[in-house]
Design a binder for this molecule. Structure first.
Ligand code: PLP
Length: 336
């Protein structure tokens, strides 16, 4: 199967598995797993933060950040389409008693800062206390421009808001602009990074931020059931990913670009691959039944996701030949 549903579907490579099997481990709840400690340190250094904490998922890592920056009854400003608002089962509200204040995402993925600013509440006992701006980079595969991040950070400083980045795919953004990832992370107080997306590790995320934030996150991670024991086997995959799989993200971006280019020859498709796009291609099918198409193309060994428009995601386990094959099968379908 050529699985284009997400970059989460990658399986660990042979050399990653070797690194995992050789990991030195200990009980991480006692802080005694050397490999976990080393992953946390390595990730924090890369992002230019004081400390890091390994979490079983990006959902938990984001929640640790939200719970660290906000108290019960506080609120955070977030994009209507953001993962922390839409795809994390309402965890901030349910588990953190933190109220989201969503604002619309623009077509290019980011939230209008004037909109965000309008939603910052005055200090008045009618209102929840606005504490945090939460952004996402990449968002729907789009790398946010650095100037926009600087403006966002400036807004947070002006209003004394904390600033969190859901950087599930922050390295895709850094590779896209060919910059040190610190040029992105410097604009934020905390950053959550997924190791299990394009970086190709099987499990895990790291939250990086100030020492105080990470100490607090350690207690909350235990509370949420995310304290793992000999987690070094998983952390070893993360270290391997950070050492070997970052610069190659450019290949995924190039494959996505070729895919978009190939599919745009098909009249029945409206293909969306903007200037700032990284490893995702969004495709709308004009005048054809979406479900029927997804079902038919699956029979050709291609897995696709997306309820209304299709989302095709390139990753480690997609080869150059796969891209050629996918384009040809799409063309065959519409030729009939
Ligand atoms: C995948 C993802 C996460 C975290 O997801 P988990 O499946 O919980 O690891 C967070 N934010 C974004 C933007 C993501 O794509």
């Amino acid at each position: 199967m050529i699985d284009l549903r997400s970059d989460t579907v990658t399986k660990p490579s042979r050399s990653m598995l070797t690194a995992m099997s050789r990991a030195h481990v200990g009980d991480d709840v006692y802080g005694e797993d050397p490999t976990v400690n080393s992953l946390e340190k390595c990730c924090a250094e890369m992002l230019g933060k004081d400390a890091g904490i390994f979490a079983p998922s990006g959902t938990q890592s984001n929640l640790l950040a939200l719970m660290g920056h906000c108290q019960r009854g506080d609120e955070y400003i977030v994009g209507q389409q953001a993962h922390t608002y839409r795809y994390e089962a309402g965890g901030a509200a349910v588990l953190g008693s933190i109220q989201p204040q969503p604002v619309d995402n623009q077509a290019d993925g980011f939230i209008d800062l004037t909109d965000a600013e309008k939603n910052i509440k005055a200090d008045d006992y009618h209102f929840a206390r606005t504490r945090l701006l939460c952004q996402e980079n990449t968002h729907a595969g789009q790398a946010l421009p650095i100037a926009y991040l600087a403006q966002s950070s400036e807004l947070c400083k002006r209003h004394r808001l904390a600033h969190h980045l859901d950087g599930a795919r922050i390295f895709n953004a850094a590779v896209k602009y060919d910059i040190d990832v610190k040029h992105i992370s410097d604009h934020f107080d905390s950053v959550s990074v997924c190791l299990s997306k394009g970086l190709g590790a099987p499990v895990g995320s790291v939250l990086c931020g100030s020492r105080t934030l990470i100490d607090n996150a350690r207690r909350n991670r235990k509370m949420l059931g995310g304290g793992m024991r000999q987690a070094g086997f998983l952390a070893a995959a993360g270290i391997y990913a950070l050492q070997n799989n970052i610069s190659r993200l450019a290949d995924d971006h190039e494959k996505a670009r070729r895919l978009a280019q190939g599919l745009s020859d098909i009249d029945e498709l409206k293909v969306d691959y903007t200037e700032t796009q990284t490893n995702m291609v969004f495709v709308e099918i004009i005048n054809h039944r979406h479900h029927e198409f997804v079902g038919q193309i699956r029979q050709q060994g291609i897995l696709l996701s997306g309820r209304y428009s299709l989302r095709l995601v390139t990753h480690l386990d997609i080869s150059d030949q796969d891209i050629v094959y996918v384009i040809s099968k799409f063309k065959d379908y519409f030729r009939k």
